[in-house]
Design a protein around this ligand. Structure first.
Ligand code: ZN
Length: 268
């Protein structure tokens, strides 16, 4: 039997079988344990709520949700299986598009809840602002801010790879938490921080950590503070001339156009 977990956020079912309690019991019965969540299809996943995850999501659950949302592909290790051609032209043994998960607003809220759980393991101080980058970082950082009852805005794309902040002045006493959906390099973290610093008239006070949902970087610190994440994946990329998968005869495919073929190769 699957253990029923994550019930703490629900009101206990009253003994009297009045109409409302029957409804609540139905809600309780659908709360997934880690073993059942990994079997859910997309329709079931889209019915999950924040209250279903009053616990840390397991790595298997996290990966399953991402895979069902077509948001994650990892090479199987079979040298003949196809691999990914990134927009940059580089080859890779993995592909992550967090926005494909965050577009489902219930999953955005659930993933924000997982970030808050990680945050509180490392930092129990005030958070006055939660900020993120344009684009996927904007919705996710909003969802985190909502759970922390913090203020929120996101930086907007500027020229080149810059991020600009121009709508609010943050007070020097206010603690700012930076949240990203994905960290591959720390380039976006740096661009947001530079944008918010140059767009504010006051000196900034940042929380002593940065948060990301998916970490696929070799770097675990930013400006001397830890990068705290929910999931880490070792994903490598290579210039095609140095790619061991190309050298081994694996076909390289653009993920968006060849998603079904990549996924089929992952599951065999
Ligand atoms: Zn290659």
């Amino acid at each position: 039997m699957s253990p029923i977990v994550g019930l703490k956020l629900h009101t206990p079912v009253p003994h009297k079988p009045i109409g409302r309690s029957i409804h609540m019991k139905t809600e309780l019965n659908k709360v997934p344990g880690p073993e059942s969540a990994v079997l859910m299809d997309l329709a079931s996943i889209r019915r999950l709520t924040l209250g279903d995850f009053g616990r840390d999501m397991t790595p298997a659950e996290f990966r399953h949700i991402f895979e069902v949302c077509d948001a994650l592909w990892l090479h199987s290790g079979d040298p003949k299986a196809p691999h990914a051609e990134l927009t940059s032209g580089r080859c890779s043994n993995g592909f992550v598009d967090v926005l494909r998960v965050l577009r489902y607003s219930n999953l955005c809220e659930i993933m924000a809840g997982q970030l808050v759980r990680q945050l509180r393991k490392h930092y129990d101080g005030n958070v006055d602002w939660v900020i993120g980058s344009d684009h996927a970082g904007a919705t996710l950082s909003f969802a985190v801010a909502a759970q922390l009852k913090a203020q929120h805005d996101f930086t907007e794309k500027g020229e080149g790879k810059t991020q600009t902040w121009k709508r609010f002045a943050i007070q020097p006493s206010e603690i700012v938490l930076q949240v990203e959906d994905l960290i591959t390099t720390t380039g976006t973290l740096q661009a947001v921080r530079e944008g918010v610093r140059s767009g504010n008239p006051n000196p900034m006070s940042f929380a002593p950590l940065s948060l990301t949902l998916v970490h696929r970087s070799p770097t675990y610190e930013f400006e001397g503070a830890p990068i705290v994440y929910v999931a880490h994946y070792d994903i490598e990329s290579w210039d095609p001339k140095d790619c061991p998968l190309c050298a081994g005869g694996s076909e390289r495919l653009r993920p968006k156009q060849n998603w079904a073929r990549l996924v089929a190769a992952m599951r065999t």
